[in-house]
Design a protein around this ligand. Structure first.
Ligand code: NDP
Ligand code: 2IT
Length: 486
């Protein structure tokens, strides 16, 4: 008995010794890093995420951009770190991953991967698009779901963040193949979503056609008619202005940025990338405001029209892309004074423009391209796509102190009108285009105001990245604090 007690005493002393040593180590670490207990160390959080989730570079990139700009604000709130809020915000609530099996037109069985990331639902049901593109993987969707959480928070509407998709590419597939794929995808996804749980919508490769097929299958599976998806057709619960919303919203945001300099869109030449949903309606709004779109692109290359892309020419592009599902290079067959540059070239090196609107995909505008834009006299860059500028490019824009807005602020118009579609579905009413457009404009100007509020630096330069991240973060953080550790 005595032996046993002696042993226990030794052990407890030994344990105390270890604790003392750990404590000393902790104190010396705090001394060297000047961190207080309950301060977030952004570098360490990022290193941990990289170790736990390797091979997801886009996810790391998106997290790094946010942590770098919210660290100061976060550390003013010791209560956040006490409950490890930062890891709970960076790591998705839940990830679904599944195989999608479908039959092609030749009767062969194809398999693709399907995913849905439910990132955070502190302020509303998970909400975010579905992407169908051959490049889709888990890391890309995790970056998009993470970004979506902050973007949705900025909109003022009650929506959490999510994203999903598949490495299936609708390009070159028949309508019947696309339909069979969408049905097979929904067969799996359907059990994880719902109008008050998770509400998907479109993104790259997913437009009205795909949303319609997925909605049809969800309805069949659940025997329920609900607003489970947004971006639906007007005949079955879709909202007016949803197709236009992302592009229009981007240009409303651009206009608000230019206004801070006493400037306007009128008369400005604009380089646009992409030729899909966002790019088309960004070009339309630029034209309406008296600007001149000069370029559009797809993943094979871009067209440059020295005479500008007029309304008539944009109508041709819309028909080419939306009806015939053609390629942008066909533009020069119709308008031979324009040029086409292939081999995946980007439009950023063209001279003579004052504005750039990247509206295609992530990391499509690198440091070299940013330097060319600044050198060629571009005064404003508004992102229509998600994370199109690389970190090096963002540095170039901010060091040159030109107007630059990150996608989570300037492309939030799309998800905003999705939120308005959810409201209309809930009240079983449809609003007019004028009503929806006015609300969209108000939301975009409100996001701009918040960016100015949280992002204005000592010399008056507005760091829109910081503004958007801090404003988006604070709302989600406060909601998470109020809801306890769940
Ligand atoms: P679409 O599928 O309608 O159009 C995408 C366009 O970008 C196409 O021209 C496509 O060319 C091009 N593109 C896609 N991938 C690449 C690539 N890897 N390299 C170069 N070009 C590429 O998609 P959206 O217009 O809807 O989306 C564009 C961007 O906007 C995405 O970043 C998306 O996340 C973002 N976004 C979309 C919203 C929406 O409501 N739709 C809302 C907010 C943001 P190709 O035909 O060759 O693939
Ligand atoms: O990136 C985005 O904000 C979208 N693809 C739109 C999401 C939505 O739910 O409308």
């Amino acid at each position: 008995m005595l032996d046993f007690l002696q042993e226990l005493w030794k052990k407890s002393n030994f344990a105390a010794e270890i604790t003392k040593r750990e404590l000393k180590l902790k104190i010396s670490t705090y001394k060297t890093t000047t961190l207080k207990p309950f301060d977030m160390d952004a570098k360490k959080v990022l290193e941990d995420l990289k170790r736990r989730f390797p091979n997801e570079p886009e996810y790391h990139q998106a997290v790094e951009e946010v942590l770098g700009t919210i660290e100061e604000e976060y550390n003013k709130h010791p209560e956040f770190d006490k409950v490890n809020l930062i890891e709970r915000l960076c790591i998705p609530d839940r990830v679904y991953q599944f195989r999608v099996t479908w039959m092609d037109d030749k009767g062969q069985i194809q398999t693709n991967m399907g995913y849905r990331i439910q990132h955070n639902n502190a302020i509303g049901p998970y909400k975010g698009g579905i992407r169908f593109h051959s490049s889709v993987n888990l890391g890309i969707l995790k970056f998009l779901a993470f970004e979506q959480t902050f973007k949705n928070s900025l909109t003022t509407l009650p929506m959490g963040g999510g994203k999903g998709g598949s490495d299936f590419s609708p390009r070159g597939k028949s309508n019947a193949e696309v339909m069979r794929f969408c049905q097979a995808f929904m067969l799996e996804l359907g059990r994880h979503i719902g109008p008050d749980i998770d509400v998907p919508a479109g993104d790259i490769g997913v437009g009205g056609r795909e949303v319609g097929y997925m909605f049809g299958m969800y309805k069949k599976l659940t025997r329920e008619y609900s607003g489970v998806l947004t971006g639906k057709g007007l005949e079955f619960g879709g909202s007016l202005i949803r197709p236009e919303a992302t592009g229009y919203g981007t240009v409303y945001f651009l206009r608000a940025m230019l206004k801070t300099k006493g400037d306007e869109v009128k008369g400005k030449k604009v380089l646009i990338s992409g030729a899909g949903n966002v790019a088309q309606y960004a070009a339309e709004k630029v034209l309406q405001l008296g600007g001149i779109p000069m370029t559009m692109s797809d993943s094979n290359g871009y067209i440059y029209d020295p005479d500008g892309i007029t309304r008539e020419k944009l109508d041709y592009i819309m028909e080419l892309k939306n009806v015939y599902r053609g390629r942008i290079k066909e533009y020069v067959d119709k308008y031979p004074t324009a040029k086409y540059v292939g081999d995946g070239a980007k439009p950023w090196f063209e001279k003579g423009a004052q504005i750039a609107l990247p509206c295609a995909t992530q990391n499509e505008l690198n440091e070299e391209a940013a330097k060319a834009l600044v050198a060629n006299g571009v005064i404003a860059v508004a992102e229509g796509a998600n994370m199109p500028s690389t970190p090096g490019a963002i540095r170039v824009f901010q060091e040159a102190k030109i107007l630059y807005s990150p996608g989570k602020a300037s492309n939030a118009g799309g998800v905003s009108v999705s939120g308005l579609e959810m409201s209309q579905n809930s009240e079983r009413l449809s609003w007019t285009s004028e009503e929806v457009d006015a609300k969209l404009l108000w939301i975009m100007e409100n996001i701009h105001e918040n960016c100015v509020k949280y992002g204005t630096e000592a010399d008056g330069y507005v760091n829109y990245v910081k503004g958007a991240n801090v404003a988006g973060f604070m709302k989600v953080a406060k909601a998470m604090m109020a809801q306890g550790i769940v």
